[in-house]
Write a new protein. Sequence first.
Length: 219
Amino acid sequence: MMPAFVGGGQACPRLALHGVAQVSGVRYRYGGVGVDSDVLSRARLGDRTALAELWRTHQAAVVRYLRSRRTISPEDVASQVWVDVATSIGRFDGGADDFRRWLFTIAHRRSVDSIRRAVRQDRLAIRAAENVAASDGADVEQERDAAIDRAVALVASLPDQMASALMLRVVNELPVEDVAAILGTTDGNVRVLVHRGLARLRRKLSVTEVGRATMRGMS
């Protein structure tokens, strides 16, 4: 749901995850989309246009991070995240990198709260990422979105902490120390989680490719 302030070869898991970031328009650290200091300054003052620009830049990454954690109703939780941002950004102090760390910290906490509520209500069901609604008609758009969903679903099949580390470090390219702060762990453990997560994804992708080759051979 769009917040009120917004107007209308060998399988390579690291490349696959970077593909999600590229398609989403979130190559922040290495030469991609970012948010300049003017936008953040205006957002702090309550400028709705600046808040909308922040939403457009980061919403896709937030939703996919929530999906990777198997958050119930990720779009609804993302809306709660942006409500938190809108009500608290006046107290935020920092640049673009600081904002991303702050944003994903809020998203992580909201995800934890959502999962805990579902557990308490006995309604938690582990599931793969929901399909993104296809945009108007172009086959290439549908194929692209399906590929993104498959990649996020693969990450969601990993243990929770490992999936979070991969999404934050590899897809959203946050520094190791920021990922550690968000997840409440050490820099070394983040590196281990990412290394093991990529290894698991490599095995999963290899099995998938073997299965497809087998099916083609039988057809």
